[in-house]
Ligand binder design. Structure first.
Ligand SMILES: [Zn+2]
Length: 86
C-alpha cells in the first residue's frame, strides 16, 4: 500500500498544502509594521524597507506557493538586508 506512487504523491501534496496554510496562518515571512514605519526591516528592526525590482527566480516562488502570498522583494536602506516578504 505504501509503495503506491499515486498515494505517495497525494500525501506529498497534502503535506505541502498544509505547510502553505501554516505559513499563512502563522504569518511567517509576513512583513512587519511599526508605528513609525509602514514596513519595518527584519534585519536591523529600526529602519524602513523599500520595494525593489523582482529577480527572475522570485516568480517561481510565487508560482510554487500557488500565488497565495504574492511575495515581493524588499531592501533595507541602512543595513544590507534584502529579501522576500508578503
Ligand atoms: Zn535594516
Amino acid at each position: 500500500m505504501y509503495r503506491d506512487p499515486y498515494l505517495t504523491l497525494l500525501l506529498f501534496l497534502l503535506i505541502y498544502l498544509l505547510i502553505l496554510v501554516m505559513i499563512k496562518s502563522f504569518n511567517i515571512f509576513r512583513k512587519k509594521t511599526s508605528k513609525r514605519f509602514h514596513l519595518l526591516c527584519p534585519g536591523c528592526k529600526q529602519n524602513v524597507i523599500k520595494r525593489i525590482k523582482r529577480k527572475s527566480h522570485d516568480m517561481y516562488l510565487n508560482i510554487m506557493t500557488l500565488q497565495l502570498f504574492k511575495f515581493k522583494r524588499y531592501k533595507c536602506t541602512i543595513c544590507t538586508w534584502e529579501g522576500l516578504r508578503w
